[in-house]
Design a protein around this ligand. Structure first.
Ligand SMILES: O=C(O)c1ccc[n+]([C@@H]2O[C@H](COP(=O)([O-])O)[C@@H](O)[C@H]2O)c1
Ligand SMILES: Cc1cc2nc[nH]c2cc1C
Length: 349
């Protein structure tokens, strides 16, 4: 059983030699140097991550972590908490948005019950429940430190299993009614940002309810008084089980030299925790889209991620990250299929 420190120690810097090889290959292709912009960055990053200039990135998976939130009793979401287990069944029968987009991208959907407040049974469900939902963060801690560590470990171990089966590209997905509240609370605790700028409309609350949610976030940070220099303390006191699970997914992907595409607001809160625990993990992450959730741009900036897509989405589930799989595939095809100046007989300057 790995400790958080042992997971972090397994993360190595990107392979500079492979990145230089990818740069040389890109510069030999029939285009002005750098003219494919972020597609070139993605190709170089994939080389640095895998250690190969033209890696096999055909196996892709989105890991959808599901968990419930005690803070829902404060009236912070536009939807009732029952939607979390209901949507888990929808993921398992293939009817959710992420299922559709993953089918199109040729990616597996792995649905994980890490903290749903219901007993769920389905042959396709990854059962890794730590507890049935978190405590209400407006009144006390979300979970114990041991529970937070167990949830991180669950995500790390799942990625280890998938990487052993050949998956090289992961997307972070989540489902949890109420989870924009703990995400905003963690962001406030870790960055010192004004809660009014971190709290957004989530599933679609009106401005009066958003102001109430700002107050709930303020109370959560005051009541729990997490130590901002102790990232696991912030995660345990203010986080969520699916958020902690995604921290493990990100650390696991980095430790196993896989790409991990970070989805929207909640996934980015997990990414911020992951970079605070393991700064080297940032090199393994790919920013996907800029969510409509207020605070996402600042959260990505605090994490060091850049969004490649601006699609006005705010669904979660990993939908924006799975869309970004197409751009990763595009960058690989450029590396592998374009003619070189030499092969095509095109003058290079
Ligand atoms: O990914 C995002 O940027 C995002 C923004 C707003 C809402 N969500 C999703 O909506 C749920 C959380 O919203 P809420 O209002 O219940 O806190 C949860 O299931 C998330 O997957 C996701
Ligand atoms: C229906 C529904 C689907 C979702 N998927 C992710 N968060 C969600 C929230 C709701 C309410």
């Amino acid at each position: 059983m790995l400790t958080i420190e042992q997971m972090v120690e397994r993360i190595q810097p990107l392979d500079a030699e492979a990145m230089e090889g990818a740069q040389r290959r890109l510069d030999s292709l029939t285009k002005p140097p750098g003219s494919l912009g972020k597609l070139e960055d993605l190709a170089k990053q994939a080389a640095g991550i895998t250690g190969e200039v033209t890696p096999d990135l055909s196996r892709k998976a989105v890991i959808v972590m599901a968990g419930d939130h005690g803070v829902c009793e404060e009236g912070v979401s536009a939807f009732p908490a029952e939607v979390t287990p209901q949507m888990v069944l929808n993921f398992l029968t293939g009817g959710a948005a992420v299922n559709v987009l993953a089918r199109q991208a040729g990616a597996d959907v792995i649905c994980v019950d890490i903290g749903v407040n219901a007993e769920l049974e389905h042959p396709g469900l990854e059962q890794r429940k730590i507890r049935r939902g978190t405590g209400n963060i407006a009144r006390g801690p979300a979970m114990t430190r041991a529970e937070a560590e167990a949830a991180v470990r669950a995500g790390f171990d799942l990625v280890a299993e998938q990487a052993a089966q050949g998956v090289r590209v992961f997307a972070t997905g989540e489902m949890g009614i109420g989870n924009t509240t703990p995400s905003a609370a963690m962001m406030v605790a870790l960055t010192g940002l004004d809660p009014d700028l971190a709290v957004g409309a989530g599933t679609g609350i009106d401005e009066a309810r958003r102001r109430h949610k700002v107050d709930v976030v303020r109370r959560a940070v005051d009541v729990n008084a997490p130590d901002a220099s102790d990232t696991m303390d912030v995660l345990a006191k203010l986080g969520g089980l699916e958020i902690a699970g995604l921290v493990g997914v990100i650390l696991g992907a980095a430790a196993h030299r896989c790409l991990v595409v970070v989805d929207g607001f909640i996934s980015s809160a997990a990414a911020l925790v992951a970079v605070r625990l393991a700064p080297l993990a940032l090199g393994y992450m790919v920013g996907s889209h800029l969510s409509m959730e207020q605070g996402h741009a600042r959260l990505m900036e605090a994490t060091g991620l850049n969004p490649v897509l601006h699609m006005d989405m705010r669904l979660g589930e990993g939908t924006g990250a799975v869309l970004t799989f197409h751009l990763i595939e595009a960058s690989q095809r450029i590396l592998k299929e374009m003619a070189t100046f030499e092969s095509a007989g095109v003058s290079n300057k």
